[in-house]
Design a protein around this ligand. Structure first.
Ligand code: Q9C
Ligand code: ZN
Length: 350
């Protein structure tokens, strides 16, 4: 399995976030990708750069004015004499207008994001674009015959929707990979999101689609981010009715309970009969994660990788969360090594 990686991720650095009432350095930091890369190099994986995929591909899942906002946001901030990290100061809650995008930078930020955890800094756009290209390049490798590929994306993507960012995510890397597969020979694609947090952005993007199944295992949004989506009664709408499956799990979930939910997810994916699988691979389910409350251990990630391989599908794995940086490399490498060892899928085009 090849690994797609860009050093441009490191340009997204120096941001702060509002965490439980305190302004802290972002948990989503460059050392995460550095430690994953080092573990994969030690594991003997081949590392390749992303292709120079045109920015217009972003519009396959994102709104043009939203992309324009992300591209130009930091310049508008520095034009006003500011530096450092951009965070919003207000949101359009119930009773406020959602049909009007304010022209000013603070109102625009509140319009396009849904939290105060997702800073925009000078290098955010360059890094987010590189991550999107990593994901689409991994998808391209799979459409060209690799049985699996892994995109070492940073910043992550699954909280970003068609026209909003949040949860450390700006562009939805997994959705871009899924749409790339759709546009290059895969009639049906399943997305399995195993990050600790619900993939609200991916769900929103494919909500009314019957060609992309979205299945998510995550901590209950009753107490966990993103709070306002990810409940079991969300099933999709219109043609997509039945093509979203949420499996929220309680705090303290360990491997036994996780495995049972994974089996439910894999059975649903099997019934959908997809041509390919995209995995939103967060390892913030780890017991030592500083912002999460599941109890997966280092050896559980090899079990997860074997379980994902059992789907028997050409697979694009996309990095999402994971904030226990000391173990993040071992946990990701554990998934990928076990996956590569067990995968029995016939490569496409062979
Ligand atoms: N500040 C991903 O794992 N913050 N995003 C939660 C603490 C947002 C996590 C409250 C957590 C987002 C990709
Ligand atoms: Zn997460």
């Amino acid at each position: 399995m090849r690994v797609v990686y860009s050093p441009l991720h490191a340009r997204h650095d120096g941001g702060v976030e509002l965490h439980r009432g305190a302004l802290l350095p972002s948990f989503e930091s460059p050392v995460r990708a550095q430690f994953i890369l080092e573990a994969l190099q030690r594991g003997g994986f081949t590392i390749v750069p992303p292709r120079d995929i045109p920015e217009t591909r972003l519009l396959s899942v994102h709104d043009a004015e939203f992309v324009e906002f992300l591209r130009g946001a930091y310049a508008r901030w520095t034009d006003r004499g500011r530096d450092g990290s951009m965070l919003p100061s207000g949101f359009p809650a119930r009773g406020l207008r959602q049909d009007h995008r304010p022209s000013g930078i603070h109102g625009s930020m509140g319009y396009y994001t849904f939290d105060a955890s997702t800073p925009i800094v000078a290098g955010t756009w360059v890094a987010a674009l590189a991550a999107a290209r990593c994901a689409m390049t991994a998808a391209a490798l799979v459409t060209e015959g690799d049985s699996a590929a892994y995109a070492l994306c940073r910043p992550p993507g699954h909280h970003a929707g068609r026209s909003f960012y949040g949860g450390y995510c700006y562009l939805n890397n997994a959705a871009l990979a899924a749409q790339y597969l759709r546009d290059h020979g895969c009639a049906r694609v399943a997305v399995l999101d195993v990050d600790y947090h619900h993939g609200n952005g991916t769900q929103e993007i494919f909500w009314e689609r019957d060609d992309v199944l979205f299945v998510s295992l995550h901590a209950t949004p009753e107490s966990e981010y993103p709070y306002f989506l990810g409940y079991a009664d969300e099933r999709g709408a219109g043609p997509g009715d039945g093509c979203t499956l949420n499996l929220p799990l309680p705090l303290g979930t360990g491997w036994q309970e996780y495995r049972a939910a994974l089996d439910v997810a894999l059975a649903a994916i099997g019934r959908f009969t997809p041509d390919a699988l995209v995995v939103s691979l967060g390892v913030d389910t780890f017991e030592a994660d500083p912002i999460s409350a599941f109890k997966l251990t280092v050896p559980d990630y090899a079990r997860l990788g074997a379980g994902l391989a059992a789907a028997g599908l050409p697979t694009v794995l996309v990095q999402e969360g994971g904030y226990a940086v000391a173990e993040i490399g071992d946990n990701v490498a554990g998934v990928l090594a076990a996956f590569a060892e067990r995968q029995t899928a016939t490569p496409r085009n062979t």
